[in-house]
Design a protein around this ligand. Structure first.
Ligand SMILES: NC(=O)C1=CN([C@@H]2O[C@H](COP(=O)(O)OP(=O)(O)OC[C@H]3O[C@@H](n4cnc5c(N)ncnc54)[C@H](O)[C@@H]3O)[C@@H](O)[C@H]2O)C=CC1
Ligand SMILES: CC(=O)C(=O)O
Ligand SMILES: [Mg+2]
Length: 601
């Protein structure tokens, strides 16, 4: 009892974010106005203008933060009105541009706008528009954001890392641009993804935007169109391979670790071979995870468990669910591995992924994956079916053949191929063994989704549960609503990152990821799940992240991975109740407020 009270008192003293503390600034005058972190535009109070040499550099009237917010939203609404007759692509890029200009000018206002309107703006700064932005990045480029390490920087990274202006970095999102969403190799243009993911970290997890770092590892591109494009901004050479490639990633990881030993590195949108290789290579040495393999797996597992609950069945029925996964890449295999571990635990095993007689079916671009496949990727081996167990299905069977034969409870797409769940496949799902067949079209961006929400409900039936990686509107089914869930790793990675940071864990273990997934799986009530609502609305993403982050801390403590963070030591973490832990996470979330600026030479 005493401990809880003491914690509550010290928490309110240490973590209160209601009144922002002063912020030291080493600049004066126009240098402040041109620094998006310190800039308040017309919001600088008169006394601050005097102190910082700003008097006369701004129009005289001081505008409040709230009025600045209203002014931005008014101009955003005007843009919406004025672009009504334009193409979707034009409108999306215009919206991204207006937000990006604000991001470049005034970060505090940008994040207030983003956080307050996350449901509306996530599709612009994240999937699907971020995909369009990456495709057009060289033309859209105005100001740099984040860091770029290229094949030409070998031997220089240890000093280059010190060019970043902040001494504190908590969260890094790293890509090599080799598999950007379902859009393939976009080379240096893939930087939009780390930027978008880190915006989600700020919005969902309240990571302080001064402590984030988006990074592009430009090791070349194999995209011929980009190599020929005179505007392309990346290194114009084919991608490095083998040891040459790994030596660049090694050098980058060593440099990060030397400058910010506690920083967490999220690997994002690496092509499959490097996604698995780098995860195995670094996860015991650095604090890192691969979002596409591990974050996606947790979100999908939460969805799979939700699909069972939606049928009114106990979770133990997971053992009997027939699941067809279309896409044997980093995401699809990550999902199967986590699902197989869950099956093993539920059957009283150790949680080791094994698929002997498992009800999982894996399909890639060459059809059903079996042990007869030549050149089978090692990561896919545990999920290859023995043709002897297949009763009629053979190596390379098509999606429709598999669905018709297996009658799966769940059809889950992570193929990156738009429309691959065609009318015939969706109609075949009407024969599913489930009373509420689940169709998860998880590929991004929207054009790469395996099917749309309307297609799924119209062809597979009103009784399905549906989820997609990019957002779709709910579907009007006459006298009921076809709920669309967004099954996107954005519900997990912010909590995994923040929980790891606040626990001070040195590594991110499978148990920490499992705790995150189970927390998300239990977030929705039975009533919601039975209506087909498997995932929360993005409006409450900070709440979800607080819960997931607390679950990650709990697992880190239980596994002796936690070392504490700042003034909160391991003992204090270990003594927190679940509610205290959630509160601890919540109170560490950064809020966008103008802080008083104090000049220091
Ligand atoms: N919703 C979410 O949170 C996430 C969605 N994704 C999406 O998943 C997709 C795949 O990502 P990765 O696994 O990393 O890509 P990947 O390139 O590693 O794997 C793609 C897989 O799809 C298979 N495939 C290609 N064409 C196919 C076809 N016609 N039929 C069946 N299979 C086919 C390929 O053989 C390969 O196994 C991307 O669109 C990505 O945006 C990835 C991570 C998270
Ligand atoms: C969401 C995500 O990480 C992807 O589509 O790659
Ligand atoms: Mg990704």
């Amino acid at each position: 009892m005493w401990k809880v009270v003491r914690f509550a008192a010290s928490r309110s003293r240490r973590f209160s974010t209601a009144i922002p503390g002063p912020c030291k600034v080493h600049k004066r005058g126009t240098d402040i106005l041109h620094d998006p972190w310190f800039n308040k535009d017309t919001g600088f109070p008169i006394t601050e203008r005097d102190r910082l040499g700003l008097r006369g550099l701004l129009p005289p009237r001081v505008i409040s933060f709230e009025n600045q917010y209203d002014r931005f939203m008014d101009s955003y609404r005007s843009l919406e009105k004025n672009t009504r007759c334009q193409s979707d692509k034009f409108v999306s890029l215009s919206k991204w541009r207006i937000l990006n200009r604000l991001h470049d000018r005034n970060e505090t206002l940008y994040y207030r706008v983003l956080i307050r309107n996350i449901k509306e703006f996530a599709p612009i700064i994240y999937t699907p528009t971020v995909g369009l932005v990456c495709e057009n990045y060289s033309g859209l480029f105005r100001r740099p954001r984040g860091m770029y390490f290229s094949a030409k920087d070998k031997g220089e990274m240890m000093s280059m890392i010190y060019n970043w202006p902040s001494d504190e970095v908590d969260m890094i999102v790293l890509t090599d641009g080799s598999r950007i969403l379902g859009l393939g190799d976009l080379g240096v243009q893939g930087i939009g993804i780390p930027i978008g993911k880190l915006d989600m970290y700020v919005a969902a997890a309240g990571i302080n935007p001064r402590k984030i770092l988006p990074v592009m590892l430009d090791v070349g591109t194999n995209n011929e169109k980009l190599l020929k494009d005179p505007l392309y901004l990346g290194v114009r050479q084919p991608r490095l391979e083998g040891e040459e490639y790994l030596s660049i990633v090694d050098e980058f990881m060593e440099a990060v670790h030397a400058r910010w030993p506690k920083a967490i590195v999220q690997f994002e949108d690496f092509q499959m071979k490097w996604a698995f290789e780098t995860l195995n290579r670094y996860r015991q040495r650095f604090c890192m995870f691969n979002d596409d393999i591990q974050g996606t797996a947790g979100v999908a597992l939460a969805g799979l468990l939700g699909a069972i609950r939606s049928q009114g069945r106990p979770l133990s029925d997971f053992l009997k669910q027939k699941i067809v996964v279309v896409g044997a890449g980093s995401a699809g295999l990550g999902v199967l591995k986590m699902a197989a571990q869950a099956v093993s635990r539920m059957s009283g095993g150790s949680g080791t992924a094994t698929t002997a007689n498992s009800p999982f079916f894996l399909i890639d671009k060459d059809g059903l994956v079996t042990t007869e496949r030549s050149n089978l990727d090692p990561a896919a081996v545990p999920f290859a079916k023995n043709p002897r167990d297949l009763e009629g299905l053979t190596e390379g069977a098509s999606i429709i053949e598999v669905v018709k034969k297996v009658k799966p409870h769940v059809l889950l797409g992570l193929s990156g191929v738009g429309g691959v769940f065609d009318t015939e496949v969706l109609k075949a799902m009407r024969e599913s063994a489930s009373t509420k067949p689940a169709i998860f079209a998880m590929s991004n961006p929207t054009v790469n989704a395996e099917c749309t929400a309307i297609e799924a409900f119209s062809h597979a039936g009103k009784n399905i549960v549906f989820a997609s990686g990019s957002p779709f509107d709910n579907v009007d089914l006459g006298n009921e609503v076809g709920h669309v869930n967004q099954a996107n790793n954005m519900y997990l990675f912010p909590g995994v990152g923040l929980g790891t940071l606040l626990s001070g864990a040195r590594h991110i273990t499978d148990e920490m990821l499992r705790a995150a997934a189970e927390c998300l799986a239990s977030y929705m009530t039975d009533e919601e799940v039975q209506k087909g609502i498997l995932f929360p609305s993005i409006d409450c993403i900070r709440n979800v992240t607080a819960e997931v982050g607390a679950a990650v801390i709990g697992a880190a403590v239980a596994e002796n991975q936690a070392e504490g963070h700042g003034e909160v030591g391991l003992r204090e973490l270990a003594n927190m109740s679940k509610e205290d832990t959630v509160e601890y996470v919540r109170s560490n979330m950064w809020l966008p407020e103008y802080c008083p600026l104090v000049h220091e030479k």
